[in-house]
Design a protein around this ligand. Sequence first.
Ligand code: GDP
Length: 325
Amino acid sequence: MPRALITGINGQDGSYLAEFLLGKGYEVFGLVRRSSTVTDVRIRHLNERITLLSGDLLDQMSLIAAVERAQPDEVYNLAGQSFVPTSWVQPTLTGEYTGLGVTKMLEAVRLSRAPIRFYQASSSEMFGKVVEVPQTERTPLYPRSPYGVAKVYGHWITVNYRESYNLFACSGILFNHTSPRQGLEFITRKVSNAVARIHLGKQPDLALGNLDARRDMGYAVDYVRAMWQMLQQPEPDDYVIATGETHSMAEIVEVAFAHVGITNWRDYVRIDPALLRPAEVDLLVGNPAKAHQRLRWAPSVDFRGLVGLMVDADLAGERSRDCTT
Ligand code: GDP
C-alpha cells in the first residue's frame, strides 16, 4: 500500500487529494496544526480512514517527526497562507509559511534519506504582471503581492532541491481553481454563495472589488488529480495546470446570477473600494499543453458548468441549513 503525507489536508485541495489518494489505495497521513477551534470540516467524513499528525510548517522538528511517522512514498506540500489580500496584512507570516515553510518540508524529506517524491503547490500568482500571454512553465515570473513573492521562493527552492540533491521534486503551477469546498473569501465561492442566498431571499446584495480582473478558473477536483499524475512520471518536472481560457470576474458574476434566472445582476452588486488591492494581477491565462501531452491531463468541466455547479452546491447547502435550524 503506497503512503502519502499531505500538508494542508484540511484545506480545499488537501481534502480532495486525500479522497483521491484513498480511492487509489493509498494510506493517507495529514499534517494539521493544533487548534482549539474546529478546523476539520472538509475532512471530517474521512476521519476513520486517514491519520492526522500534529505539526506546523514553521516547526522543523515537527516535520521531521511527521515524515518519520508516516514513512511516506509521496509528500504533497499544500499548506500555507493562501489568501492574497491577507498577504499585505501579514507579509512576513506569509513569507514564513508559504515561502520558507517549503524549505523546511524539503529538508525533512532530504534528511529522511528515503526516496520520497515531493509535490510543491506553486501558483499562477507567480506570473502576476504577466510578461507573456498565455503563461507556460518557461514564462518569466513577476509576482504582484507578498503571497506571489513567497510562492516564487517556494517554486525555486523546489527546483533547487531537485537539482542540488537529486530529489524527485515537482512544482505544479496551478492556476485559480475553485469548488464548493473553497473558502468564502475567494471570489468564485463568495459569488456563488451570495447568489444562492440572494435567490433564497436571505441576503439583499453583494459587495465586490475589481471585476475587470481576468482569471483562468478550473475545478479543484481536476487539479488534485494532476498533482498525483506529476509524481507518477519517470522524471520530476514542473507543470502548468490550467484550462487555457480566461474570464473576467464580471463574467463569473453574470453567469452565476443567470444560473438562478437573474439577468440584471448589476442591481445586486456594490463595488466596495476597500476590496481593491494595492497591486492587482490583471490577466492570467495558462497554456496547459505540457500537462496535456505528458500527463494526459484535461479538465472535466467548462466555465459555465463550473459556475453552475458552484451555485447549485450553495443552493443545496443553504436549503439544508434551513432544515437543520
Ligand atoms: P486570487 O487570484 O488568488 O487572488 O483569487 P481571488 O478569488 O481572491 O481573487 C480573484 C480576482 O477577483 C482578483 O483579481 C480580485 O481582485 C478580484 N475580486 C474582485 N472582487 C473580489 C472580492 O470581493 N473578493 C476577492 N477575493 N476577490 C475579488
